[in-house]
Design a protein around this ligand. Sequence first.
Ligand code: 13P
Length: 255
Amino acid sequence: MPAKRHALIAGNWKMNGLKNDARLLAGGIANRMAKVKKAPFEVVVCPPTPLIGLVVEIVKGKGVSVGGQDCHANVSGAHTGDTSAALLKSMGCKYTIVGHSERRTDHRETDENVREKAVAAHAAGLTAIICIGETFQEYADGKSEEVNKRQLKSSLPEDSNAKNTVIAYEPVWAIGTGKVATPEQAQEVHALIRNDLAKLIGNHESQKIRILYGGSMKPSNALDLLALPDVDGGLIGGASLEVSDFWKITQAISS
Ligand code: 13P
């Protein structure tokens, strides 16, 4: 029987919302979370970088964590437009996403870049949410297992453990498309990832580390996905922009 892992429901707001939207969204989630006595899940919201300070203030003391959507590999320096993990930490973040497929595509980030960012996140005291996942073409070519194996091995820092790292499996073909992995597909890939993690960081940590599913998770499919033995939460895009949808997903954990 694997160790019970504390579920993590993470909202990736991506490049959505203005200041007032962030106020309403963060406030709505924080108010709901504040009423929960002993939540069987952890909630993290990842707003666009300029809104992080505001969101940290809004959720303070309400049991909601804040994360960045990316970080730079360096602590400081001449990197216009980038944000260091140390700055995210100093602003009150607990997490940062690294290696999201949209950054791998839009910014041509390689596994090596992702690993360096995760190393920086760890050094700053953040928990890195490392994203991996195959494209539709790779999936259609039957290469999902090979791609996830390679991305995991090459993106994961050596010092990774269940405290400083969360893995998010996000099949690219399921992101923002309304197509969602079936529970069978999700469980199969998550189990393979956990198996690979055992080889990379040891069996003990692999049993404790959280593996999130991401890609069109909604209130209507969350129950089936979150009930799977190797799915320890969700990384949610579109449905994290509506307080009620996001909250309904968290409730799939307790039920
Ligand atoms: P959607 O939930 O909009 O498919 O996005 C998933 C995602 O990319 C979360 O990081």
